[in-house]
Design a protein around this ligand. Structure first.
Ligand SMILES: Cc1ncc(COP(=O)(O)O)c(C=O)c1O
Length: 474
């Protein structure tokens, strides 16, 4: 076959998280070398166990005959004096009942396509969750018809960007550094990426003057800015936005008629402060808001199951048609038929944890607290190692699953890519160079996911410190 032409946007698109450094790591692994993949927020790949409650329900919903089997086995156990088994060896009635409820509410189980937006009962549970989380009542209450279930937040982000980018002059503002899903998708859909720079030394806070600078520079070049992406807590920075930064973005978006895409997939990964949602600060202001959430992060880490949702507030009318944006989101969702059902059910479980006092409650809380506590402790271990490294500074509160230290001292003529490659070769640590996310010209960073088990970190961090001080002073 002759070479073919393809969509040039896909040729142009870049995605550093799975770029040359992880490719080199994969090669090293094939050669039998130990590698520690800290390049991606994929918790279960680094040994995090799935939550027992989620997997019990999911497995029973996937294989409903096990619900009856479990009940029968328990009956036999109860009638068998001296059985070596214990009550705790059986799945609790609560879990069996939740699984039955999910099956009944789904109507069709997990093997059928669902409504394009996703199961109605899951969307209702998400709306209830948002109302609880943000204290919404009355007019502010989330509307299940404005909620779309998606195959992860990546799917949601792509859907929104695909809709907003109507031509090559349409621009989307993204924070620099940013999670490359956004830069890659903007390129894929043929739009313009408009960079704005959160203030690193103020913990990556957002300020209005910088937003205005980015907007007016783009406008001067003929870019029609349509939306602004905010990632909170941040990836790659881990930074957690305060209410004033969120309010700045909302004021700014209101003034320039922009839609806000609030990527809030790390909302459970706030270790010291408090997560504030965009919806809770927006309240009744008529700015279009897309909030994204996912089962991949938090303390659940169900990345492989591909689940999440998008909530839309203030969907605008579409120029030149009698349609609303929701109609088009529905059309878009319909073309994909529906998001996968395992992801939908895990999203349901994410927004409706076991009730206090129920049988699975204590174990669920224990697993949750342990995962979040360890994530924070691991971040602190890595920060302590940075303190021993020449010229390394790490700004901002600890959030999400990442640290994004600045490398102030590097050998002349080299950048963070060379540093990350050398770090990988010496220690097996797979990180992503700051240039993969974008960064202020002249600065160098790397991103590390604080996910590996503590004993592995305790072993590798001293080797990193030793490597670093030798490398930068060579
Ligand atoms: C900020 C951010 N948004 C979205 C995603 C993608 O999430 P999902 O697995 O739900 O597609 C990630 C994954 O790392 C992320 O960091």
């Amino acid at each position: 076959m002759h070479p073919i032409t393809v969509n040039p946007n896909i040729l142009k698109m870049e995605y550093a998280v799975r770029g040359p450094i992880p490719q080199r790591a994969a090669e090293m692994k094939r050669q039998g070398r130990e590698i520690i993949p800290c390049n991606i927020g994929n918790p279960q790949a680094l040994g995090q166990s799935p939550l027992t409650y989620y997997r019990q329900v999911l497995s029973l919903v996937e294989e409903p005959s096990k619900i009856e089997r479990e009940r029968k086995l328990k009956e036999i156990f109860e009638e068998t004096p001296g059985s070596p088994l214990r009550e705790a060896d059986f799945i609790s009635d609560y879990v069996l009942e939740v699984s039955e409820k999910v099956l009944t509410l789904s109507g069709t189980g997990t093997g059928a396509y669902t409504e394009s937006k996703g199961f109605a009962f899951v969307r209702q549970a998400i709306a209830d969750f948002i109302n609880r989380r943000d204290g919404f009542s009355g007019k502010l209450r989330a509307n299940p018809e404005h909620i779309f279930l998606t195959d992860g937040a990546s799917d949601a982000a792509k859907r929104v960007l695909n809709l907003l980018i109507a031509g090559p002059e349409d621009g989307i503002m993204v924070p620099i550094p940013q999670y490359p899903l956004y830069s890659a998708s903007i390129t894929m859909f043929g739009g313009v990426q408009v960079d704005y720079h959160p203030d690193e030394e103020r913990g990556w806070a957002l300020d209005r003057a910088e937003l205005e600078r980015a907007y007016s520079e783009a406008a001067r070049q003929g870019v029609n800015v349509k939306g602004i992406v905010v990632i909170n807590p941040g990836n790659p920075t881990g930074a957690v936005l305060g209410e004033s930064s969120i309010a700045e973005v909302i004021d700014f978006a209101a003034q320039h008629d922009l839609a806000i895409i609030a990527d809030e997939v790390y909302q459970d990964n706030v270790y010291t402060g408090k997560f504030i949602s965009f919806a809770s600060v927006l309240r009744e202001r008529p700015v279009p808001l897309f909030s994204l959430h996912s089962i991949s992060k938090g303390f659940f880490g169900e990345c492989g199951h591909r689940g999440g949702y998008m909530e839309v507030r203030n969907p605008p009318q579409i120029a030149g048609s009698g349609l609303n944006l929701l109609d088009l989101l529905l059309k878009q969702a319909s073309v994909g038929l529906c998001s996968n059902t395992a992801g939908q059910i895990l999203t349901y479980l994410m927004v409706s944890p076991p009730e206090e006092g129920s049988a699975p409650y204590t174990l669920f809380q224990k697993e949750k607290q342990r995962i979040l506590r360890e994530l924070y402790e691991k971040a602190q271990m890595i920060r302590a190692a940075f303190d021993q490294m020449d010229g390394v500074e790490c700004f901002g509160e600890t959030g999400a699953m990442y640290l994004f230290p600045r490398l102030n001292k590097l050998p002349a003529g080299t950048g963070d890519f060379e540093y990350c490659m050398a770090l990988l070769d010496e220690t097996g640590l797979v990180t992503v160079n700051g240039s993969g996310f974008g960064q202020k010209p002249g600065t160098h960073h790397l991103r590390i996911a604080f996910l590996p088990p503590k004993d592995l970190l305790a072993e590798v961090l001293p080797r990193w410190v030793e490597f670093h001080n030798r490398y930068v002073n060579a």
